[in-house]
Design a protein around this ligand. Structure first.
Ligand code: ADP
Ligand code: 5GP
Length: 207
């Protein structure tokens, strides 16, 4: 197959805060060399253990505004009083180089990306129950009780967007969830529309 020419997927992973998006993506990246995560920029302060350029690019409000004005973001939004945005150039370069680019992004940002990129693959991560979600948020220990409550209250709104995603994965057992996300990546690369777009059909007929 015309492997070297193939453009990588643009994969959107959404779901409530604390559901395990970051954990699933970290496991996926550890097992696949063909994937890379887009690092967002944010105006919020780093949490303990977060690192610049890996968790986020932590930038000032002024810088964020400049980047937004220069249209350097694929999309951006404000949550919990802070701005978050996806740097555009990195995503485009990596996809052209054949890497599957993963955006861990909220539902509203995901809608914007899907509108501009109809080929993007949306995966919504669900918790097995509300009590498990609450437990995970509390055990992560990175938010106050009030922040945990705010994040839980967002779930209903987030769920109202689920139909715009192609896939839903329940993160109960981590290994199972990571396996299912892996299967989605593999199946997406076999879609007929991608074979045609990536030149496979033309190559087949001329060889
Ligand atoms: P998100 O990125 O969606 O906000 P995290 O990846 O930070 O969520 O996960 C929240 C917490 O839940 C973390 O402490 C993580 O270790 C834990 N966690 C994630 N997935 C599972 C799972 N399948 N089973 C048990 N704990 C999990
Ligand atoms: P947190 O502060 O917990 O890291 O993230 C808060 C919210 O911001 C989450 O819902 C997360 O998905 C979202 N988020 C992170 N990066 C981006 C981004 O680049 N764009 C948008 N629109 N949302 C983001």
């Amino acid at each position: 197959m015309a492997g070297s020419k193939r453009k990588g997927l643009l994969v959107l992973i959404s779901g409530p805060s604390g559901v395990g998006k970051g954990t699933i993506v970290a496991n996926l990246l550890a097992g696949r060399q063909d994937c890379i995560k887009s690092v967002s920029a944010t105006t919020r302060l780093p949490r303990t253990g977060e690192t610049e350029g890996q968790s986020y690019f932590f930038i000032s409000r002024e810088k964020f505004r400049e980047w937004a004005e220069q249209e350097l973001f694929l999309e951006w939004d404000e949550h919990f009083g802070n701005c978050y945005g996806t740097p555009r150039q990195f995503v485009e370069e990596q996809q052209q180089a054949g890497k599957h680019v993963i955006l861990e992004i909220d539902v509203v940002g995901a809608q914007r990306v899907m509108q501009k990129n109809p080929d993007a693959v949306g995966i919504f991560i669900l918790p097995p129950s509300m009590s498990v979600l609450r437990e995970r948020l509390l055990s992560r220990g990175t938010e106050t009780a009030e922040q945990v409550q705010n994040r839980l209250e967002r779930l209903e709104k987030e769920l109202s967007y689920i139909d715009s995603y192609s896939y839903a994965v329940v993160n109960d057992d981590l290994e199972t969830a990571v396996g299912q996300v892996n299967e989605i990546f593999n199946a997406e690369m076999l879609k007929t529309k991608r074979l045609r777009r990536d030149g496979f059909i033309g190559d087949l007929l001329s060889n």
